[in-house]
Design a protein. Structure first.
Length: 137
């Protein structure tokens, strides 16, 4: 009886409370569904295709110094987890641009790029691109 008195005494307040009780579960469910759906910005770059993705997909390191030959598998494994290896191999990044890029990639969930691993990847990338630019050192 109190509910009918409340409804007749305050019909707008009663209607609002009734709508909130009915719509809240639906709204919460929709919010969960949209949060779980990958959208713009999710796994940045993983579902996008770039021109660099169509270039060479490996590096012939046979004439690289031993240290660089040892770093290549680490670079290849880590840098192909989220995007094609070709994307970095054919990149136009040089020098310090790699510092920023590898730091950004290391912050990606599940990248597995620790600071030490990032340093090794940087060493390889800077050597590889230094060679490409004519600097074998």
């Amino acid at each position: 009886m109190a509910a009918s008195n409340d409804a007749s005494a305050h019909p707008v307040k009663y209607w609002v409370r009734t709508m909130i009780r009915r719509l809240f579960p639906i709204t919460a469910l929709l919010a969960l569904l949209f949060a779980a759906t990958p959208g713009q910005g999710a796994d940045e770059g993983s579902d996008k295709v770039f021109e660099a993705d169509f270039g060479a997909a490996t590096v012939d390191v046979s004439d690289y110094p031993e240290e660089m030959r040892e770093l290549y598998p680490l670079y290849a494994r880590k840098c192909s987890k989220c995007h094609t290896l070709a994307r970095s191999i054919n990149s136009t990044y040089r020098g310090d641009e790699w510092d920023r890029y590898v730091a950004r990639m290391s912050r990606k969930p599940n990248s597995g790029i620790s600071p030490g691993t990032g340093d090794k990847i940087l060493t390889f990338l800077k050597y590889h691109f230094g060679r490409a630019d004519g600097d074998d050192g």
